[in-house]
Design a protein around this ligand. Structure first.
Ligand code: CTP
Ligand code: MG
Length: 274
């Protein structure tokens, strides 16, 4: 924005600029808007290098249905979510639109598809760019977490509605974690630098939920490479809170994760049958 178009301080209550409304809402947050509308942005533009050769990860099948469709349904399953923005592989927006048309999805939810970028961060930003103004709460959810239960989605939305500018679902760790000095050559022994107390660590998942203006400001300000959106809000000095995640919200990253995801789906089908 040019300085000329920047509203004077007396005009800021009108919320005429993204930057201004971000500042207001970082303090007030979505808590003052209990009926705030929620949109979900689903970054799905990654290749899935760690999963091995094949189609882009989000388009690979799980139980015969593309992973992305599972993720879209998981977001649309929440009554609080009325718009889902899918950030497609850069050259795959048409294919993703066709996929959404070909699968049954809730009618009360709107769907938008945009092409993604080189990094996850860029893909999320491209999704945020197309959000209509009436959405005050944004979820960011990895397409690679197709099986997150609706209760987790709702818990994240509720926490944002209750006033947190940024909310992440997370689970305790099973393994002890060591900080190391990474070896120059993969496979070489790596010196241990520290062992953080496991009980204080959490593995974070998605959907992460945000006051929309706060997230937009974070994406406009933080340029460091990050692996989640909440850490950008932390860098702004704002509070981020954790709510309980779910073991089924794991990220499909490596081939073994596909085996686990198929098993979870099979268990759900079995349970639905009774
Ligand atoms: N993502 C994206 N745009 C990118 C990179 C990643 O939208 N340029 C998305 C992925 O599609 C995925 C989510 O971010 O839904 C989490 O990323 P990750 O699990 O790392 O997926 P990939 O980057 O596809 O996998 P890999 O790192 O193994 O290549
Ligand atoms: Mg990646």
């Amino acid at each position: 924005m040019s300085d000329e178009s920047r509203p004077s301080p007396t005009e800021t209550s009108a919320g005429t600029s993204v930057e201004t409304s971000a500042e207001v809402s970082a303090e007030a947050s979505a808590a003052d808007r209990p009926h705030a509308r929620t949109a979900a942005v689903i970054p799905a533009a990654g290749r899935g290098v760690r999963l091995g050769p094949g189609a882009p990860k989000a388009l690979r099948a799980l139980g015969g249905t593309p992973m992305l469709i599972h993720a879209v349904r998981a977001m649309a399953a929440s009554n609080g979510v009325s718009l889902v923005v899918v950030v497609a592989p850069p050259d795959g927006a048409g294919e993703v639109k066709s996929l959404l048309d070909a699968h049954s999805l809730p009618e009360r939810t709107d769907f938008v598809v945009v092409p993604g970028g080189e990094t996850r961060q860029e893909s999320v930003r491209l999704g945020l760019d197309v959000l209509p103004p009436e959405y005050d709460i944004v979820l960011v959810h990895d397409a690679a977490r197709p099986l997150v239960p609706v209760d987790t989605v709702d818990a994240v939305i509720d926490a944002v509605r209750e006033g947190a500018p940024a909310v992440v679902p997370a689970v305790p760790l099973a393994d002890t974690v060591k900080q190391v000095e990474p070896a120059a050559v993969p496979g070489e022994p790596e010196p241990v630098v520290a062992t953080p107390e496991r009980a204080r660590l959490r593995a974070v998942q998605t959907p992460q939920g945000f006051d929309r203006a706060t997230l937009v400001r974070a994406h406009g300000t933080v340029t460091d490479d990050v692996t989640d959106d909440a850490s950008m809000v932390e860098q702004l000095g704002l509070a981020v809170v954790v709510v309980p995640g779910h073991e089924e919200a794991f990220k499909v990253t490596r081939p073994l994760d596909l085996v686990l995801a198929e098993a979870v789906l099979a268990r759900r089908r079995l349970n639905d049958g009774f």
